[in-house]
Write a protein of this length. Sequence first.
Lengths: 114, 887
Amino acid sequence: MAADKSEILQGTLDLMVLKTLEAMGPLHGYGIARRIEQISEDALQINQGTIYASLVRLMQKGWISGAWGTSENNRKAKFYSITKSGRKQLHTEAENWERIASVIGRVLRIAERG
Amino acid sequence: MFDSLKTLASRVRGWFEIRQLDQEFEQELFAHLEMLKEELIRRGMPPDEAARMARMRLGGFTQLKETNRELRGLPMLETFLQDIRFSLRMLRKNPGFTAIAVLTLAFGIGANSAIFTAVDALALRALPYSSPDQLLALGARDAHHPESAEWTSAPALFDLEDRTQSFSELAGISPVWNDVVTGSANAERLETLYVSAQLFPLLGVQAEIGRTFRPEEDNRTKGSNVVLLSYGYWQRQFGGNSSALGQTLNVSGRAFTIIGILPRDFLYLGEPLAGTPSHIDLWMPLATNQLVTRGRPVRFLKVVGRMKSGVSAAQARDEIVRLGAVLAKEYPASDAALEYGVTPLSTQISGRLRPMMLLLLCAVGFVLLMACANVANLLLTMAGARGKELAVRTALGASRSRLLQQLLTESALLSGLGGAAGVVVAFAALRGLISLAPAALLQGRTVSLDTRALIFTSLAVLLSALLSGLPPALRILRADVGIGLRETGRGFSGGHHRFRSALVVTQMSLALALLVGAGLFIRGFMKLLDVNPGFDANHVATFSTQLPPTISTVAQAIALDRQILERTSQLPGVREVGAVSRLPLLGTNLSSTLWIEGRSYAPQEYPGVEYRAASAGYFPTMGIPLISGRLFDDQDDANARNVALINEAAARQYWTGQDPVGQHIKLGPNPEKQDWLTIIGVVGNVRHFGLDTQPSPEAYRPMSINALLSPIIVARTDGAPSALLPSFAAAMRSLDSSMPVYNNFSMETLVDRSVAQRRFLMTLLAGFACAALFLAAIGIYGTISQSVAQRTREMGLRMALGAQPRDVLRMILTQGMKLAVAGILIGGVSAAALTRLVRSLLFQVSPFDIGVFTIAAITLCAVALFACLAPAVRATRVDPLVALRHE
């Protein structure tokens, strides 16, 4: 089941990771996963490990970068931050989503009325 | 697009840093795990449960690591390397199997590469000249003798040069000439060529040292005495010294100045050199050749031209045909019956070789298929032994495609090793091929393994990997996992009997096809050797010489001719001698028009004969029989009578039903200047052009009327002719030191040479057929052995139930022979369909020759029977008690 969910969410998960990094600044893997769970009010109960696939993909495309650093409790962790092209990508994707959402919204309203 | 490139780049980087990245990611996961655990503890969970929950929330480490790895690196490359390592281990553990498989493939791939290299060099490759597809060969054919070759006269060449719009350059080439170079030690006779000055620019060839001809040195009929040396001659005579330039050579009595040396690898491959082993040492301007001034009736040139850019071959052909028709109208006496045509130069050179080359490629391709079938069989056996291992892997979740990948990697590895060994085989095979091939076929070209050959080898390796690996792999994967896991392991371990049988049947049919092919060619060759050449080639030696330029009158020439004959007959071991102007099987000919008293012909239909001048002793020396009338005798010589002899073919063609003896004829282009000749006899036909050609009408005049300036002497010897060959040169030198001796052979050698190309083809095909028999025997042996091993229990049971050893023997042999017969039938049908295509190469043998097919089938049956014998005997030795306990 968890696998199914991650397949469906692959693209959107990438998007959410990007958004999280943009909003929160540099975060390590655990931090990103926690934040996503919080935002979605635990509606998205994913295996936290699945974000690492997203992180690899985003790094390969150059939208985020990673660097080793020290966490709050002095633990060595890898921190990810969004890059300039990542920000650009995020805005483009966000616009797309908005457009799709409004079109579907209009269609649904028509369906309701009709 | 850039995204995918970036991804790829990062993947490549990721692959190089595999271990480091693996460790880093593991650290990252651990850190994540710890943080998750701490969070849960903070929320109030007990540490153990927190640890467990954290693990669950994060997900399986192994899977995460694997996903990370897959995204990160080049997974395909990794699995490929893994497979290679595994396959290498497997091959090392089974050295016997590996050796056999690699050797089989090496043989198949090597043979194919060798044949391909030869075929490529001789028939496929582009000509070594600039823009070779723009080169066309032109010529005029006599419409009355459509089988004769195309030749052009010098005036016609000049007219075409002036009038053509489609060709940027035209060049004429004389026949291979023999000139004598004197001055140094002994007179050396060389092969020379007289060519238009435009030939070298046309081909795009420049002199290595010095220059080629200038246009003013070859001006229609006015030429300068300049000469180009071949590289080889320059090395031989002048030691490669550039001081050769400017020196003079005495060529057949004329002084020629050396103006250039041609490149080392320069070869003119077109006619008149195509298909001959001639090597040209001196090149001189066409204008300096004596035949240039003889006018239109003397057609002695081969013409080659380069099309202007933008002109198509069809346009060029149309123009030449049109110009030819105009010439026919302008000069009806000489050119009326001439039809012009063009051929691409590459076709002129290798067109006649193509059927033979294709046949060889097909045959050797069959051998490769058989080798692949054997290796497929071997792979099947090997995988069979690992049945359990494969079953376990499947049960553990290995996907079909993953297993397939691994099995294919094995066969790819085998093929790769086979290919590498095959290159060595190809090298050796090529050396063998070259030494076996007739010189006329090679024409002095170098045939060696090069890039194209290596590319071909790689393709062959790929093909072998697929052919030998894919069918068994697919077959193995189809087997049932459950059976494989059980103790008996029947399903995986070595069964697949139907598939193996199919392989054996395929091999048998291929082998039969090759056997039939070889058989047809062997039969044809035997028939060729049986052909009566028209003369007795045993114990006859021949040599050619040239009268020195000091001879200026006919009387002097005839006197010297007689002296030559006298001197030769005095040599010990010589019984009789004769002289002739053109010898059978030597490759030269002279045609003439025949005028018969009392008959008139339309201008297009004048009869023609091959013209010869011969001494009286020629016919008895050569063993040419007299059919009617009488031969030349001394009286004819003494009184210089106007007599002539004709051969049976001429008699039959021009005097059907009549007796030609006593009739009057005239020969040559100017009958008004001659007296009538009386036919005094009819002699037997000789096959002048080759054993596989029909005899043409011939007419002979006595030497006393037509002096031989380049006499060809034949001598019947007591012992072996080869013993006498060296003495001829000394004999001629004793008469005149400037008389060279060349074309010094026994007639048997000439006969041999004339069939050399056919013999070559036949030998190769026979070799392939033998290889095929061998491979087929191994194939059927392997399959039947496997089957016997499979059915050990069954044998034991049968024997325990009362079957006699010979029943078991019969059973196994029947099994094997059924496969063989099936293969033979299929092979026979396919062979019948295919041999039709090589009809043109066969000599007097039908492509459906029953005898050949039958013998091939019987041979294959016998070999198959023999191969099945050992396993069958093994089956009878099975101890029933042991067998019943077996697995």
